[in-house]
Design a protein around this ligand. Structure first.
Ligand SMILES: [Zn+2]
Ligand SMILES: [Zn+2]
Length: 310
């Protein structure tokens, strides 16, 4: 019941000899989601051993090329692989127009459906939900409409403490009641408060992806307490003015958001091609927020469940 984030690309728009533009695979409870799909995403997935057939859905932050130019080739490949199940692509407008053109002019007989779900980049709301997972949109401050994505595991079902079952001789019916979150009344009339006899087997985990964006205090509020935050750091701290003008963040901006939000860990990426020494960027962040790491390509960052008390 962990969340694993595999970095496929950590660079911003200008190509470099070794770096790839933004893309990552977020694995929540063995459900694979592709988040952004910069050029080369298919090859990076192959290098990281992630089969594209496993993808449950795709989330695109915005329609700058370094975040989606790799998507259409991937959609074609899924056809070659014989995918049959529909694939949802969450993206801001006007992605639907691009998809229509692609399907009409390039791939008129794909063996599976591609369903575009429009993301309202002005709202912080649930856009994907199933029994175990929620995905929330995060309004970002960029030059064009842009959304980040917040992945949240749902709280696991309640378990009843073994100690309580034995001590009070709880019946199957009473255990079911307790698992539903109800108090249990014993034959003696004693009421057992639900919180005293149950526990959650593990804590729900969360991960937020935020690229591209200016510094935003509002964003810090929306990602408060997440276990791991990916925040772009296109520029070093001395490039504050440039970052602001171009709708991006500096190392200090990202670290400040992480600090204000009280996140467990900060991962930085979307680096400008001008930086060869990523450690220097990391060091700037660590001055403000020590638990900062570089989103190195092909590295997987694991968020593991915290043990809860029985
Ligand atoms: Zn970008
Ligand atoms: Zn952008």
């Amino acid at each position: 019941m962990s969340i694993a984030v595999t970095i496929l690309g950590n660079s911003s728009a200008k190509p470099t000899a070794s770096g790839h533009p933004s893309a990552q695979v977020v694995n929540v409870n063995e459900q694979y989601f592709l988040v952004d799909a910069g050029e080369g995403v298919q090859r990076q997935m192959a290098r990281c051993g992630v089969s594209p057939l496993k993808l449950r859905a795709v989330f695109i932050s915005h329609l700058h090329g370094d975040h989606f130019f790799g998507l259409f080739p991937l959609l074609s490949t899924l056809g070659l692989y014989g995918r049959r199940t529909a694939l949802k692509v969450y993206a801001p407008r006007p992605f639907g127009e691009m998809l229509d053109g692609f399907l009409r002019l390039c791939e008129s007989d794909l063996p599976y459906q591609i369903e575009w779900v429009e993301v309202d980049t002005t709202k912080h709301q649930i856009i994907f939900e199933n029994d175990t997972t929620e995905v929330w949109s995060l309004p970002l401050r960029h030059r064009i409409p842009t959304a980040g994505y917040l992945f949240r595991q749902k709280e696991p079902a309640l378990n009843v403490k073994k100690f309580s079952i034995e001590r009070y001789g709880l019946t199957v019916q009473q255990i079911v009641q307790a698992k539903r979150g109800e108090d249990v009344v014993l034959p003696s009339g004693e009421v057992l408060a639900n919180a005293d006899i149950t526990y959650r087997p593990y804590g729900a985990l969360s991960y937020a992806y935020c690229s591209d964006t200016n510094y935003s205090a509002r964003l810090a509020k929306m990602v408060e307490g997440v276990d791991m935050l990916y925040h772009e750091t296109t520029y070093s701290a001395d490039m504050r003015k440039t970052a602001k003008e171009r709708g991006h963040s500096t190392t200090a901006d990202a670290a400040k958001v992480a600090q204000m939000a009280g996140v467990g860990r900060l991962i930085i990426g979307h680096f400008s091609s001008r930086y060869k020494d990523l450690e220097a960027l990391q060091a700037e962040c660590r001055e403000i927020f020590p638990a900062t790491d570089i989103a190195r390509e092909r590295e997987t960052f694991l968020i593991e469940p915290k043990a809860t008390k029985q």
